[in-house]
Design a protein around this ligand. Structure first.
Ligand SMILES: Nc1ncnc2c1ncn2[C@@H]1O[C@H](COP(=O)(O)OP(=O)(O)OP(=O)(O)O)[C@@H](O)[C@H]1O
Ligand SMILES: [Mg+2]
Length: 257
């Protein structure tokens, strides 16, 4: 059975693309057949994170009806399977109604275990058509009030559309006194916190290098956080095999959940 899991938040820049790519890569490393689909249709950015901006076949070809979705996936050198978006503004301009997007995904059923849909920010029709095409959703938020407030709206809209929200990932957590407490985020969103990813300079370094973080810096704090969540989603155990210092920091963070 193929699971369609949207990674979403109305707030821009909270780490949706980073999360989709790194959960997908971690799952692939654990032996799961996962695909990351760039479903941020008007502002696709998976390819920017992965250094593959010029791809022949994209999700935009599928939406336009000129390509079959099963012909668009490619294997990134990191081992992650990706269905990319077309970065051209003109192509994005030509995309109209996406209410039939769910039907386009049906051809992926049975071809993979899991499709992670990287979605765009906002609560507009485009984004909600994409989120509604998934069966399940993970909300991503930064630990600040504006992000959590926007993320709450996404959760409510997704649930109204019949999408099961399986939990929240708090990204870019730091020990700053200005961060919201994890317990308060959990209470405000009224959802299970699946994991906490620390603020980690390895994340922008991996984006700069155009590689998934968990592939390039597998023992960084953020990588361990993503691997831990990926293992949990797959019902597997994960024990970080890294230096005690990083490991202890991550464990201390998780004690608060
Ligand atoms: N854990 C982290 N530590 C440090 N920087 C991070 C972390 N997560 C994300 N970032 C930085 O935040 C920026 C935005 O991340 P990303 O592109 O994943 O967000 P997004 O939610 O997909 O944005 P958009 O809404 O524009 O699609 C990136 O430049 C990345 O370097
Ligand atoms: Mg993004």
């Amino acid at each position: 059975m193929t699971r369609f899991l949207a990674i979403a938040s109305a707030k821009g820049g909270v780490g949706k693309t980073t999360t989709a790519i790194n959960l997908g890569t971690a799952m692939a490393n654990f032996g799961k057949d996962a695909v990351v689909l760039d479903a941020n249709i008007s502002k696709p950015n998976v390819s920017m994170h992965l250094g593959t901006p010029k791809l022949e076949h994209t999700i935009h070809d599928v939406i336009k009806g000129v390509k079959h979705i099963t012909d668009t996936a490619y294997m990134h050198p990191s081992g992650l399977r990706v269905i990319p978006g077309n970065l051209s503004l003109n192509v994005a301009r030509g995309i109209g109604d996406l209410s039939g997007f769910k039907n386009l995904l049906l051809d992926l059923v049975g071809t993979t275990d899991l499709v992670l849909l990287d979605t765009g920010a906002g609560l507009g029709r485009e984004v909600m058509s994409i989120i509604s095409s998934a069966d399940e959703m993970i909300a991503v938020t930064s630990p600040d009030v504006p992000s959590v407030t926007d993320t709450l709206k996404t959760i409510r809209m997704a649930e109204d559309a019949g999408v099961k929200v399986i939990g929240v990932i708090i990204n870019r957590h730091s020990e700053s006194e200005h961060d919201m407490e994890i317990k308060n985020i959990e209470a405000m969103l009224d959802k299970n916190i699946l994991g906490v990813i620390p603020e980690d300079s390895s994340v922008p370094k991996a984006i700069y290098a155009r590689q998934p973080l968990v592939y390039l810096y597998p023992e960084s704090m953020a990588s361990m956080g993503f691997k831990r969540i990926a293992a949990q989603l797959m019902g597997q155990d994960y024990t970080p095999s890294i230096q005690a210092e990083n490991k202890d920091m991550l464990e201390r963070l998780y004690e608060r959940l």
